[in-house]
Write a protein of this length. Structure first.
Length: 217
Protein backbone atom coordinates (compact mmCIF):
# COMPACT_ATOMS: atom_id res chain seq x y z
CA UNK A 1 0.00 0.00 0.00
CA UNK A 2 2.89 2.37 0.68
CA UNK A 3 3.77 2.40 -3.02
CA UNK A 4 0.15 3.24 -3.89
CA UNK A 5 0.25 6.12 -1.39
CA UNK A 6 3.52 7.34 -2.89
CA UNK A 7 1.92 7.40 -6.33
CA UNK A 8 -1.12 9.24 -4.92
CA UNK A 9 1.18 11.93 -3.53
CA UNK A 10 2.93 12.32 -6.89
CA UNK A 11 -0.38 12.52 -8.76
CA UNK A 12 -1.83 15.10 -6.35
CA UNK A 13 1.30 17.25 -6.81
CA UNK A 14 0.74 17.39 -10.58
CA UNK A 15 -3.00 17.96 -10.19
CA UNK A 16 -2.37 21.03 -8.03
CA UNK A 17 0.57 22.36 -10.06
CA UNK A 18 0.75 20.85 -13.59
CA UNK A 19 3.81 22.85 -14.62
CA UNK A 20 7.55 22.55 -15.03
CA UNK A 21 9.65 25.48 -13.85
CA UNK A 22 12.63 25.82 -16.17
CA UNK A 23 15.49 28.09 -15.15
CA UNK A 24 17.27 29.99 -17.93
CA UNK A 25 20.97 30.67 -17.43
CA UNK A 26 23.49 32.96 -19.12
CA UNK A 27 25.20 30.95 -21.87
CA UNK A 28 28.42 32.96 -21.55
CA UNK A 29 29.87 35.97 -19.74
CA UNK A 30 28.69 39.33 -21.04
CA UNK A 31 26.25 42.22 -20.68
CA UNK A 32 22.60 41.16 -20.55
CA UNK A 33 19.68 42.93 -22.23
CA UNK A 34 16.31 41.31 -21.63
CA UNK A 35 13.86 40.96 -24.53
CA UNK A 36 10.91 39.83 -22.33
CA UNK A 37 9.44 40.75 -18.94
CA UNK A 38 7.65 38.93 -16.16
CA UNK A 39 4.35 37.58 -17.49
CA UNK A 40 5.50 37.43 -21.13
CA UNK A 41 4.32 34.41 -23.12
CA UNK A 42 7.14 32.64 -24.97
CA UNK A 43 7.19 29.97 -27.66
CA UNK A 44 9.54 27.04 -28.15
CA UNK A 45 11.50 26.53 -31.39
CA UNK A 46 9.15 25.59 -34.23
CA UNK A 47 9.10 24.27 -37.75
CA UNK A 48 9.41 20.69 -38.97
CA UNK A 49 13.04 20.44 -37.83
CA UNK A 50 12.87 22.97 -35.00
CA UNK A 51 14.69 25.43 -37.26
CA UNK A 52 12.51 28.41 -36.30
CA UNK A 53 14.08 29.92 -33.15
CA UNK A 54 12.08 30.23 -29.94
CA UNK A 55 10.98 33.64 -28.65
CA UNK A 56 13.99 35.89 -27.98
CA UNK A 57 14.60 35.93 -24.20
CA UNK A 58 17.75 37.99 -23.86
CA UNK A 59 20.75 39.33 -25.73
CA UNK A 60 24.19 38.86 -24.25
CA UNK A 61 27.12 40.91 -25.53
CA UNK A 62 30.76 40.04 -25.05
CA UNK A 63 33.57 42.00 -26.71
CA UNK A 64 31.01 43.88 -28.83
CA UNK A 65 29.70 40.58 -30.16
CA UNK A 66 25.94 40.33 -29.38
CA UNK A 67 24.25 36.94 -29.19
CA UNK A 68 20.46 36.46 -29.03
CA UNK A 69 19.18 33.55 -26.93
CA UNK A 70 15.74 32.06 -27.63
CA UNK A 71 13.29 30.15 -25.45
CA UNK A 72 13.87 26.37 -25.38
CA UNK A 73 10.23 25.70 -24.38
CA UNK A 74 6.83 27.40 -24.44
CA UNK A 75 5.26 28.97 -21.37
CA UNK A 76 5.12 32.15 -19.30
CA UNK A 77 8.06 34.05 -17.80
CA UNK A 78 7.24 33.58 -14.11
CA UNK A 79 10.37 35.20 -12.71
CA UNK A 80 13.03 37.49 -14.17
CA UNK A 81 16.17 39.02 -12.67
CA UNK A 82 15.30 42.55 -13.75
CA UNK A 83 18.09 43.87 -11.51
CA UNK A 84 20.60 42.38 -13.98
CA UNK A 85 19.34 44.42 -16.96
CA UNK A 86 22.38 46.06 -18.60
CA UNK A 87 24.76 44.35 -16.17
CA UNK A 88 27.77 42.14 -16.79
CA UNK A 89 27.03 38.56 -15.73
CA UNK A 90 29.08 35.41 -15.45
CA UNK A 91 28.35 32.31 -17.52
CA UNK A 92 25.79 30.16 -15.68
CA UNK A 93 24.08 33.07 -13.86
CA UNK A 94 20.35 32.37 -13.52
CA UNK A 95 18.45 35.05 -15.45
CA UNK A 96 14.80 33.97 -15.44
CA UNK A 97 12.35 31.12 -14.97
CA UNK A 98 9.76 29.91 -17.48
CA UNK A 99 6.60 28.21 -16.22
CA UNK A 100 5.86 25.53 -18.79
CA UNK A 101 2.36 23.93 -18.87
CA UNK A 102 2.80 20.17 -18.91
CA UNK A 103 1.05 18.00 -21.46
CA UNK A 104 -0.30 14.62 -20.38
CA UNK A 105 2.65 12.83 -22.02
CA UNK A 106 5.12 15.07 -20.15
CA UNK A 107 3.37 14.44 -16.82
CA UNK A 108 3.66 10.69 -17.39
CA UNK A 109 7.35 11.05 -18.30
CA UNK A 110 8.01 13.16 -15.18
CA UNK A 111 6.25 10.63 -12.94
CA UNK A 112 8.22 7.79 -14.51
CA UNK A 113 11.49 9.62 -13.82
CA UNK A 114 10.50 9.77 -10.15
CA UNK A 115 9.75 6.06 -9.81
CA UNK A 116 12.09 4.29 -12.27
CA UNK A 117 15.75 3.56 -11.65
CA UNK A 118 17.57 6.03 -13.93
CA UNK A 119 20.92 4.84 -15.28
CA UNK A 120 23.05 7.94 -15.97
CA UNK A 121 25.58 8.68 -18.71
CA UNK A 122 29.07 8.17 -17.21
CA UNK A 123 30.57 10.79 -19.55
CA UNK A 124 29.46 13.27 -22.20
CA UNK A 125 29.42 11.01 -25.26
CA UNK A 126 27.31 9.26 -27.88
CA UNK A 127 25.62 6.02 -26.86
CA UNK A 128 24.29 2.91 -28.58
CA UNK A 129 22.73 -0.26 -27.20
CA UNK A 130 25.14 -3.21 -27.09
CA UNK A 131 24.56 -5.61 -29.99
CA UNK A 132 23.05 -8.32 -27.76
CA UNK A 133 20.62 -5.86 -26.12
CA UNK A 134 19.68 -4.31 -29.47
CA UNK A 135 19.00 -7.76 -30.90
CA UNK A 136 16.69 -8.59 -27.98
CA UNK A 137 14.92 -5.22 -28.37
CA UNK A 138 14.40 -5.85 -32.10
CA UNK A 139 12.89 -9.29 -31.38
CA UNK A 140 10.77 -8.57 -28.30
CA UNK A 141 10.41 -4.80 -27.90
CA UNK A 142 12.24 -2.66 -25.36
CA UNK A 143 9.86 -3.30 -22.44
CA UNK A 144 10.38 -7.06 -22.69
CA UNK A 145 14.15 -6.82 -22.17
CA UNK A 146 15.41 -7.50 -18.64
CA UNK A 147 18.79 -6.13 -17.50
CA UNK A 148 20.71 -6.95 -14.35
CA UNK A 149 23.88 -5.68 -12.67
CA UNK A 150 27.01 -6.69 -14.57
CA UNK A 151 25.32 -6.79 -17.99
CA UNK A 152 27.04 -5.00 -20.84
CA UNK A 153 24.10 -2.91 -22.02
CA UNK A 154 25.54 0.05 -23.94
CA UNK A 155 28.47 1.17 -26.04
CA UNK A 156 29.90 4.62 -25.31
CA UNK A 157 31.42 6.35 -28.33
CA UNK A 158 33.90 9.07 -27.34
CA UNK A 159 36.81 10.53 -29.33
CA UNK A 160 36.42 7.79 -31.98
CA UNK A 161 36.81 5.12 -29.30
CA UNK A 162 34.05 2.69 -28.36
CA UNK A 163 33.87 1.56 -24.73
CA UNK A 164 31.42 -0.99 -23.27
CA UNK A 165 29.16 0.33 -20.50
CA UNK A 166 28.33 -2.12 -17.70
CA UNK A 167 24.96 -1.80 -16.00
CA UNK A 168 25.14 -1.16 -12.25
CA UNK A 169 21.53 -0.63 -11.21
CA UNK A 170 18.60 -2.69 -9.99
CA UNK A 171 17.41 -5.67 -12.03
CA UNK A 172 14.32 -5.03 -14.12
CA UNK A 173 12.87 -4.30 -17.54
CA UNK A 174 13.97 -1.40 -19.70
CA UNK A 175 10.87 0.77 -19.43
CA UNK A 176 12.09 4.08 -20.93
CA UNK A 177 14.94 5.07 -23.26
CA UNK A 178 16.16 8.67 -22.99
CA UNK A 179 18.91 8.77 -25.61
CA UNK A 180 18.97 8.64 -29.39
CA UNK A 181 21.71 6.50 -30.94
CA UNK A 182 24.59 8.66 -32.10
CA UNK A 183 23.34 11.86 -30.41
CA UNK A 184 25.60 13.27 -27.70
CA UNK A 185 24.32 12.98 -24.10
CA UNK A 186 25.58 15.16 -21.25
CA UNK A 187 27.32 13.46 -18.33
CA UNK A 188 24.83 12.51 -15.61
CA UNK A 189 21.77 12.67 -17.86
CA UNK A 190 19.64 9.50 -17.79
CA UNK A 191 20.18 6.96 -20.57
CA UNK A 192 17.52 4.42 -19.62
CA UNK A 193 14.84 4.01 -16.96
CA UNK A 194 14.57 0.53 -15.47
CA UNK A 195 11.49 -0.82 -13.72
CA UNK A 196 11.77 -3.68 -11.24
CA UNK A 197 9.36 -6.49 -12.06
CA UNK A 198 7.20 -5.90 -8.95
CA UNK A 199 6.61 -2.26 -9.95
CA UNK A 200 5.43 -2.94 -13.52
CA UNK A 201 1.70 -3.36 -12.66
CA UNK A 202 1.78 -0.28 -10.38
CA UNK A 203 3.38 1.90 -13.04
CA UNK A 204 0.85 0.74 -15.64
CA UNK A 205 -1.95 1.58 -13.21
CA UNK A 206 -0.59 5.11 -12.70
CA UNK A 207 -0.20 5.72 -16.45
CA UNK A 208 -3.81 4.62 -16.95
CA UNK A 209 -4.98 6.93 -14.14
CA UNK A 210 -3.09 9.92 -15.53
CA UNK A 211 -4.54 9.37 -19.01
CA UNK A 212 -8.07 9.10 -17.61
CA UNK A 213 -7.87 12.00 -15.15
CA UNK A 214 -6.12 14.49 -17.44
CA UNK A 215 -8.61 13.75 -20.24
CA UNK A 216 -11.32 14.95 -17.87
CA UNK A 217 -9.55 18.14 -16.77
Amino acid sequence: MSKDLHFDEILSKYRSDPYDYVDIFATQTGVVEFQVEKGSAVDAPGGEWGHIPGTALYQITRERNPKMIGAPINGIVSEIRADLEGSFVESGERLMTIRHPLKKKEIIENILKEVLYLFPAPEKAKYFFAMDIQSRIDKKGVREVIVKPGDEILTMSLMKRDTPVIYAGEEGVIHSVYFKPGVSVEQGEPLIGVCSMDKVPLIQKVITRVKAEWDNM
